[in-house]
Design a protein around this ligand. Structure first.
Ligand SMILES: [Mg+2]
Length: 406
Protein backbone atom coordinates (compact mmCIF):
# COMPACT_ATOMS: atom_id res chain seq x y z
CA UNK A 1 0.00 0.00 0.00
CA UNK A 2 1.22 3.50 -0.78
CA UNK A 3 0.26 7.01 0.32
CA UNK A 4 -1.16 8.91 -2.66
CA UNK A 5 -2.35 12.19 -1.17
CA UNK A 6 -2.40 14.27 1.97
CA UNK A 7 -5.01 16.93 2.87
CA UNK A 8 -4.98 19.22 5.87
CA UNK A 9 -8.00 21.25 6.99
CA UNK A 10 -7.77 23.71 9.85
CA UNK A 11 -10.92 24.01 11.93
CA UNK A 12 -12.09 26.11 14.87
CA UNK A 13 -14.45 24.53 17.37
CA UNK A 14 -15.93 26.78 20.09
CA UNK A 15 -15.31 26.17 23.78
CA UNK A 16 -17.95 26.86 26.41
CA UNK A 17 -15.76 29.75 27.65
CA UNK A 18 -12.13 30.97 27.34
CA UNK A 19 -9.75 28.83 29.42
CA UNK A 20 -7.00 30.69 31.28
CA UNK A 21 -3.53 29.28 31.91
CA UNK A 22 -0.14 30.51 33.06
CA UNK A 23 0.98 31.66 29.61
CA UNK A 24 -2.26 33.20 28.35
CA UNK A 25 -5.50 31.50 27.36
CA UNK A 26 -7.41 29.32 24.96
CA UNK A 27 -9.46 32.18 23.55
CA UNK A 28 -12.88 30.55 23.59
CA UNK A 29 -12.07 28.14 20.79
CA UNK A 30 -9.68 25.40 19.77
CA UNK A 31 -7.84 25.70 16.46
CA UNK A 32 -6.94 22.21 15.25
CA UNK A 33 -5.68 20.92 11.92
CA UNK A 34 -7.32 17.73 10.66
CA UNK A 35 -5.17 15.59 8.36
CA UNK A 36 -6.51 13.06 5.86
CA UNK A 37 -4.00 10.66 4.32
CA UNK A 38 -5.16 8.77 1.20
CA UNK A 39 -3.77 5.49 -0.15
CA UNK A 40 -3.78 3.61 -3.43
CA UNK A 41 -6.10 1.01 -1.87
CA UNK A 42 -8.82 3.57 -1.27
CA UNK A 43 -8.29 3.68 2.50
CA UNK A 44 -8.04 7.11 4.13
CA UNK A 45 -6.50 7.65 7.57
CA UNK A 46 -7.22 10.50 9.99
CA UNK A 47 -4.77 12.58 12.00
CA UNK A 48 -4.99 15.77 14.07
CA UNK A 49 -2.64 18.42 15.37
CA UNK A 50 -2.93 21.57 17.43
CA UNK A 51 -0.67 24.55 17.12
CA UNK A 52 -1.37 26.85 20.04
CA UNK A 53 -4.20 28.72 18.37
CA UNK A 54 -2.69 28.62 14.90
CA UNK A 55 -3.40 26.57 11.79
CA UNK A 56 -0.84 24.04 10.53
CA UNK A 57 -2.07 23.26 7.02
CA UNK A 58 1.03 24.74 5.35
CA UNK A 59 3.34 22.62 7.52
CA UNK A 60 1.55 19.48 6.35
CA UNK A 61 1.65 20.63 2.72
CA UNK A 62 5.43 20.78 3.12
CA UNK A 63 5.50 17.09 4.02
CA UNK A 64 3.96 15.92 0.74
CA UNK A 65 7.30 15.18 -1.01
CA UNK A 66 8.35 13.02 1.94
CA UNK A 67 5.11 11.07 2.21
CA UNK A 68 3.83 10.40 -1.31
CA UNK A 69 4.64 6.77 -2.12
CA UNK A 70 5.36 5.84 1.50
CA UNK A 71 3.94 2.54 2.82
CA UNK A 72 1.73 3.40 5.83
CA UNK A 73 2.73 0.10 7.49
CA UNK A 74 6.36 1.32 7.60
CA UNK A 75 5.99 3.32 10.82
CA UNK A 76 9.62 3.10 11.97
CA UNK A 77 10.79 4.20 8.52
CA UNK A 78 8.34 7.10 8.76
CA UNK A 79 10.04 8.31 11.93
CA UNK A 80 13.44 8.52 10.29
CA UNK A 81 12.08 9.90 7.03
CA UNK A 82 10.51 12.99 8.59
CA UNK A 83 11.77 13.24 12.18
CA UNK A 84 15.34 11.99 12.27
CA UNK A 85 16.53 13.26 15.66
CA UNK A 86 19.83 14.54 14.28
CA UNK A 87 18.01 16.73 11.74
CA UNK A 88 15.66 18.22 14.29
CA UNK A 89 17.80 21.26 15.04
CA UNK A 90 16.62 22.63 11.71
CA UNK A 91 13.38 20.73 11.20
CA UNK A 92 11.65 19.69 14.41
CA UNK A 93 8.69 17.76 13.08
CA UNK A 94 7.81 15.73 16.17
CA UNK A 95 4.20 16.93 16.31
CA UNK A 96 3.76 16.59 12.54
CA UNK A 97 5.09 13.04 12.79
CA UNK A 98 2.50 12.34 15.48
CA UNK A 99 -0.41 13.43 13.27
CA UNK A 100 0.88 11.36 10.33
CA UNK A 101 1.47 8.37 12.61
CA UNK A 102 -2.16 8.60 13.83
CA UNK A 103 -3.32 8.56 10.21
CA UNK A 104 -1.05 5.64 9.26
CA UNK A 105 -2.20 3.59 12.28
CA UNK A 106 -5.79 4.39 11.26
CA UNK A 107 -5.03 3.16 7.74
CA UNK A 108 -3.31 -0.03 8.96
CA UNK A 109 -6.18 -0.80 11.35
CA UNK A 110 -8.74 -0.26 8.60
CA UNK A 111 -6.73 -2.41 6.17
CA UNK A 112 -6.59 -5.25 8.71
CA UNK A 113 -10.13 -4.69 10.00
CA UNK A 114 -9.03 -4.21 13.61
CA UNK A 115 -8.87 -1.38 16.16
CA UNK A 116 -5.57 0.45 16.68
CA UNK A 117 -5.28 -0.96 20.21
CA UNK A 118 -4.77 -4.41 18.65
CA UNK A 119 -1.76 -3.05 16.75
CA UNK A 120 -0.28 -1.95 20.09
CA UNK A 121 -0.52 -5.22 22.00
CA UNK A 122 -4.24 -5.39 22.69
CA UNK A 123 -6.39 -3.60 25.22
CA UNK A 124 -6.38 -4.32 28.92
CA UNK A 125 -9.45 -2.15 29.63
CA UNK A 126 -12.62 -1.20 27.74
CA UNK A 127 -12.93 2.33 29.10
CA UNK A 128 -10.41 5.03 30.02
CA UNK A 129 -11.15 7.07 33.16
CA UNK A 130 -10.75 10.85 32.95
CA UNK A 131 -10.28 13.68 35.42
CA UNK A 132 -12.38 16.80 35.37
CA UNK A 133 -9.98 19.36 33.99
CA UNK A 134 -10.85 22.60 35.77
CA UNK A 135 -9.70 25.95 34.44
CA UNK A 136 -10.17 29.48 35.58
CA UNK A 137 -12.36 30.83 32.79
CA UNK A 138 -13.48 34.14 31.42
CA UNK A 139 -17.19 34.41 30.75
CA UNK A 140 -18.17 33.51 27.21
CA UNK A 141 -18.29 36.79 25.26
CA UNK A 142 -21.67 36.15 23.65
CA UNK A 143 -23.63 34.61 26.51
CA UNK A 144 -21.86 36.25 29.44
CA UNK A 145 -21.84 32.94 31.33
CA UNK A 146 -19.17 30.39 32.18
CA UNK A 147 -16.87 32.55 34.33
CA UNK A 148 -14.73 30.62 36.85
CA UNK A 149 -12.79 33.04 39.03
CA UNK A 150 -13.88 32.68 42.66
CA UNK A 151 -13.66 29.61 44.91
CA UNK A 152 -17.48 29.37 44.87
CA UNK A 153 -17.60 29.46 41.06
CA UNK A 154 -14.86 26.82 40.87
CA UNK A 155 -16.68 24.49 43.26
CA UNK A 156 -19.96 24.99 41.42
CA UNK A 157 -18.25 24.20 38.11
CA UNK A 158 -16.60 21.05 39.51
CA UNK A 159 -19.85 19.79 41.04
CA UNK A 160 -21.67 20.37 37.75
CA UNK A 161 -19.02 18.46 35.79
CA UNK A 162 -19.12 15.62 38.30
CA UNK A 163 -22.92 15.46 38.05
CA UNK A 164 -22.82 15.52 34.24
CA UNK A 165 -19.91 13.17 33.58
CA UNK A 166 -19.18 11.25 36.80
CA UNK A 167 -15.65 12.49 37.44
CA UNK A 168 -14.05 11.45 40.74
CA UNK A 169 -10.65 13.02 40.02
CA UNK A 170 -10.24 16.77 39.58
CA UNK A 171 -7.36 18.70 38.12
CA UNK A 172 -7.03 22.43 38.63
CA UNK A 173 -5.06 24.33 36.02
CA UNK A 174 -3.41 27.13 37.97
CA UNK A 175 -0.57 29.54 37.46
CA UNK A 176 -3.03 32.38 36.79
CA UNK A 177 -3.70 34.06 40.14
CA UNK A 178 -1.40 34.65 43.14
CA UNK A 179 -0.45 31.30 44.72
CA UNK A 180 -2.19 32.07 48.03
CA UNK A 181 -5.46 32.67 46.15
CA UNK A 182 -5.10 29.47 44.11
CA UNK A 183 -4.40 27.58 47.33
CA UNK A 184 -7.70 28.85 48.70
CA UNK A 185 -9.44 27.67 45.51
CA UNK A 186 -7.78 24.24 45.54
CA UNK A 187 -8.62 23.64 49.20
CA UNK A 188 -12.22 24.72 48.54
CA UNK A 189 -12.45 22.04 45.86
CA UNK A 190 -11.12 19.36 48.18
CA UNK A 191 -13.53 20.41 50.92
CA UNK A 192 -16.51 20.29 48.54
CA UNK A 193 -15.69 16.90 47.03
CA UNK A 194 -14.84 14.55 49.92
CA UNK A 195 -13.57 11.15 48.81
CA UNK A 196 -12.44 12.42 45.39
CA UNK A 197 -8.86 12.87 44.24
CA UNK A 198 -7.07 16.02 43.14
CA UNK A 199 -4.14 17.32 41.14
CA UNK A 200 -2.79 20.85 40.81
CA UNK A 201 -0.94 22.10 37.73
CA UNK A 202 0.52 25.63 37.92
CA UNK A 203 2.09 25.11 34.47
CA UNK A 204 5.67 25.73 35.64
CA UNK A 205 4.83 29.25 36.83
CA UNK A 206 6.11 29.09 40.42
CA UNK A 207 9.59 29.67 41.75
CA UNK A 208 11.13 26.68 43.50
CA UNK A 209 10.52 28.29 46.87
CA UNK A 210 6.88 29.17 46.07
CA UNK A 211 6.33 25.65 44.68
CA UNK A 212 7.61 24.16 47.94
CA UNK A 213 5.44 26.50 50.02
CA UNK A 214 2.31 25.60 47.99
CA UNK A 215 3.14 21.89 47.94
CA UNK A 216 3.56 21.70 51.69
CA UNK A 217 0.25 23.51 52.14
CA UNK A 218 -1.64 20.75 50.24
CA UNK A 219 0.22 17.69 51.54
CA UNK A 220 -2.75 16.71 53.73
CA UNK A 221 -5.14 16.42 50.73
CA UNK A 222 -5.71 13.37 48.55
CA UNK A 223 -3.40 14.46 45.74
CA UNK A 224 -2.72 12.20 42.76
CA UNK A 225 0.29 14.37 42.02
CA UNK A 226 1.59 17.92 41.84
CA UNK A 227 2.13 18.75 38.16
CA UNK A 228 4.94 20.98 36.88
CA UNK A 229 4.86 23.39 39.84
CA UNK A 230 8.15 24.90 38.65
CA UNK A 231 10.22 24.93 35.49
CA UNK A 232 13.06 22.56 34.65
CA UNK A 233 14.38 19.19 35.79
CA UNK A 234 16.64 20.75 38.40
CA UNK A 235 13.88 22.94 39.79
CA UNK A 236 11.54 19.94 39.96
CA UNK A 237 14.24 17.89 41.68
CA UNK A 238 14.57 20.57 44.36
CA UNK A 239 10.80 20.65 44.90
CA UNK A 240 10.65 16.85 45.02
CA UNK A 241 13.20 16.78 47.84
CA UNK A 242 11.03 19.10 49.95
CA UNK A 243 7.41 18.07 49.24
CA UNK A 244 5.77 14.73 50.07
CA UNK A 245 3.54 14.56 46.98
CA UNK A 246 4.50 12.73 43.77
CA UNK A 247 5.54 15.20 41.07
CA UNK A 248 4.27 14.87 37.49
CA UNK A 249 5.36 16.49 34.25
CA UNK A 250 4.27 17.01 30.69
CA UNK A 251 6.97 19.62 30.05
CA UNK A 252 10.43 18.43 31.05
CA UNK A 253 10.18 14.71 30.21
CA UNK A 254 8.76 14.61 26.68
CA UNK A 255 11.34 12.55 24.81
CA UNK A 256 13.53 9.47 25.37
CA UNK A 257 16.64 11.47 26.29
CA UNK A 258 14.81 13.36 29.02
CA UNK A 259 13.24 10.12 30.25
CA UNK A 260 16.68 8.54 30.55
CA UNK A 261 17.97 11.59 32.42
CA UNK A 262 15.03 11.45 34.81
CA UNK A 263 15.62 7.76 35.50
CA UNK A 264 19.32 8.31 36.23
CA UNK A 265 18.72 11.36 38.42
CA UNK A 266 15.04 11.43 39.40
CA UNK A 267 13.23 14.75 39.35
CA UNK A 268 9.69 13.61 38.50
CA UNK A 269 7.56 10.64 39.62
CA UNK A 270 4.78 10.52 37.05
CA UNK A 271 5.34 10.91 33.31
CA UNK A 272 2.32 12.36 31.51
CA UNK A 273 2.38 10.84 28.04
CA UNK A 274 1.04 13.06 25.26
CA UNK A 275 0.50 11.38 21.92
CA UNK A 276 1.36 14.65 20.14
CA UNK A 277 4.31 15.88 22.21
CA UNK A 278 6.03 12.47 22.09
CA UNK A 279 5.55 12.06 18.34
CA UNK A 280 2.80 9.45 18.20
CA UNK A 281 0.93 6.74 20.08
CA UNK A 282 3.75 4.25 19.59
CA UNK A 283 6.36 6.60 21.05
CA UNK A 284 4.17 6.86 24.16
CA UNK A 285 3.85 3.07 24.38
CA UNK A 286 7.63 2.75 24.09
CA UNK A 287 8.12 5.29 26.88
CA UNK A 288 5.49 3.55 28.99
CA UNK A 289 7.36 0.25 28.59
CA UNK A 290 10.53 1.89 29.88
CA UNK A 291 8.56 3.39 32.77
CA UNK A 292 7.02 0.01 33.58
CA UNK A 293 10.48 -1.53 33.76
CA UNK A 294 11.58 1.11 36.25
CA UNK A 295 8.20 1.15 38.05
CA UNK A 296 7.78 4.81 37.18
CA UNK A 297 4.12 5.79 36.93
CA UNK A 298 2.50 7.19 33.78
CA UNK A 299 -0.76 8.86 32.83
CA UNK A 300 -2.34 10.10 29.61
CA UNK A 301 -1.89 13.83 28.95
CA UNK A 302 -4.10 16.24 27.05
CA UNK A 303 -2.68 19.03 24.93
CA UNK A 304 -6.13 20.02 23.70
CA UNK A 305 -8.03 17.71 21.40
CA UNK A 306 -10.91 17.07 19.11
CA UNK A 307 -12.20 13.55 18.66
CA UNK A 308 -9.41 12.19 16.47
CA UNK A 309 -6.73 13.09 18.98
CA UNK A 310 -9.02 11.90 21.78
CA UNK A 311 -9.22 8.52 20.02
CA UNK A 312 -5.41 8.29 20.11
CA UNK A 313 -5.53 8.97 23.85
CA UNK A 314 -8.18 6.27 24.32
CA UNK A 315 -6.21 3.66 22.37
CA UNK A 316 -3.09 4.57 24.37
CA UNK A 317 -4.96 4.36 27.66
CA UNK A 318 -6.45 1.02 26.59
CA UNK A 319 -3.09 -0.74 26.23
CA UNK A 320 -1.12 0.54 29.25
CA UNK A 321 -1.28 -2.11 32.01
CA UNK A 322 -0.05 0.17 34.78
CA UNK A 323 -2.47 3.05 34.21
CA UNK A 324 -3.72 3.71 37.73
CA UNK A 325 -4.29 7.45 37.26
CA UNK A 326 -7.17 9.10 35.41
CA UNK A 327 -6.35 10.69 32.05
CA UNK A 328 -6.68 14.41 31.39
CA UNK A 329 -8.80 15.86 28.60
CA UNK A 330 -9.91 19.36 27.63
CA UNK A 331 -12.69 17.60 25.72
CA UNK A 332 -15.58 18.41 28.07
CA UNK A 333 -15.00 22.17 27.52
CA UNK A 334 -15.84 21.81 23.80
CA UNK A 335 -19.29 22.59 22.47
CA UNK A 336 -19.03 20.11 19.56
CA UNK A 337 -16.65 17.89 17.60
CA UNK A 338 -15.90 17.11 13.96
CA UNK A 339 -16.85 13.44 14.40
CA UNK A 340 -19.91 11.74 13.05
CA UNK A 341 -22.44 11.87 15.85
CA UNK A 342 -20.69 14.76 17.60
CA UNK A 343 -18.75 14.42 20.83
CA UNK A 344 -17.89 11.03 22.30
CA UNK A 345 -19.81 10.54 25.55
CA UNK A 346 -18.53 10.32 29.10
CA UNK A 347 -20.22 7.87 31.46
CA UNK A 348 -19.16 7.27 35.03
CA UNK A 349 -16.14 9.54 34.52
CA UNK A 350 -14.79 7.46 31.62
CA UNK A 351 -15.02 7.16 27.84
CA UNK A 352 -15.33 3.87 25.96
CA UNK A 353 -12.38 2.85 23.80
CA UNK A 354 -13.53 2.97 20.13
CA UNK A 355 -14.15 -0.51 18.73
CA UNK A 356 -14.26 0.19 14.99
CA UNK A 357 -11.32 -0.54 12.66
CA UNK A 358 -8.36 1.83 12.94
CA UNK A 359 -8.91 4.73 15.32
CA UNK A 360 -12.62 3.88 15.22
CA UNK A 361 -13.87 7.41 14.58
CA UNK A 362 -15.21 9.00 11.38
CA UNK A 363 -15.32 12.59 10.14
CA UNK A 364 -18.64 14.33 9.76
CA UNK A 365 -18.08 16.26 6.50
CA UNK A 366 -20.74 18.83 7.35
CA UNK A 367 -19.19 19.56 10.73
CA UNK A 368 -15.70 19.67 9.20
CA UNK A 369 -16.83 22.26 6.66
CA UNK A 370 -18.80 24.26 9.25
CA UNK A 371 -15.78 24.54 11.56
CA UNK A 372 -13.36 25.12 8.68
CA UNK A 373 -15.58 28.07 7.75
CA UNK A 374 -15.48 29.30 11.34
CA UNK A 375 -11.67 29.15 11.22
CA UNK A 376 -11.63 31.15 7.99
CA UNK A 377 -13.89 33.69 9.69
CA UNK A 378 -12.05 34.01 13.04
CA UNK A 379 -8.48 33.09 12.08
CA UNK A 380 -5.64 32.32 14.46
CA UNK A 381 -5.12 33.59 17.98
CA UNK A 382 -2.00 33.87 20.20
CA UNK A 383 -2.23 31.06 22.76
CA UNK A 384 0.55 32.70 24.77
CA UNK A 385 -1.32 35.95 25.27
CA UNK A 386 -4.26 36.78 27.53
CA UNK A 387 -7.22 38.44 25.76
CA UNK A 388 -8.10 40.20 29.02
CA UNK A 389 -4.61 41.69 29.51
CA UNK A 390 -3.37 42.74 26.05
CA UNK A 391 0.06 44.06 27.11
CA UNK A 392 0.80 41.27 29.58
CA UNK A 393 3.25 38.41 29.31
CA UNK A 394 4.61 36.23 32.11
CA UNK A 395 8.09 35.77 33.47
CA UNK A 396 9.48 32.35 34.48
CA UNK A 397 9.13 32.03 37.41
CA UNK A 398 6.16 34.34 37.20
CA UNK A 399 5.12 37.12 39.54
CA UNK A 400 2.77 39.03 37.22
CA UNK A 401 -0.39 37.34 38.47
CA UNK A 402 -3.90 38.13 37.35
CA UNK A 403 -6.10 40.09 39.76
CA UNK A 404 -8.63 37.72 41.40
CA UNK A 405 -10.98 40.65 41.87
CA UNK A 406 -11.51 41.13 38.11
MG1 LIG B 1 0.55 20.18 32.58
Amino acid sequence: MRITDLRATTVTVPLEAPLRHSNGAHWGRFVRTIVEVDTDEGITGLGEMGGGGQGAALAFAGLRPYLLGHDPFALEELRFKIANPTASLYNNRTQLLAAIEFACLDIVGKALGTPVYNLLGGKVRDRVPFASYLFFRYADAASGIGEVRTPDQLVEHALALKAAHGFTTHKLKGGVYPPAYELECYRALAAALPGDRFRHDPNCALSVEEAIRFGRAIEDLDNDYYEDPTWGLNGMRRVREAVRIPLATNTVVVNPEQLATNLRDPAVDTILLDTTFWGGIRACVKAANVCETFQQSVAVHSSGELGIQLATMLHLGAVLPALTLAADAHYHHLTDDVLTGGKLAYAGGSIAVPEGPGLGVTLDRDRLERYAELYRELGDYPYDRDPGRPDWYPLVPNERWADPGQ
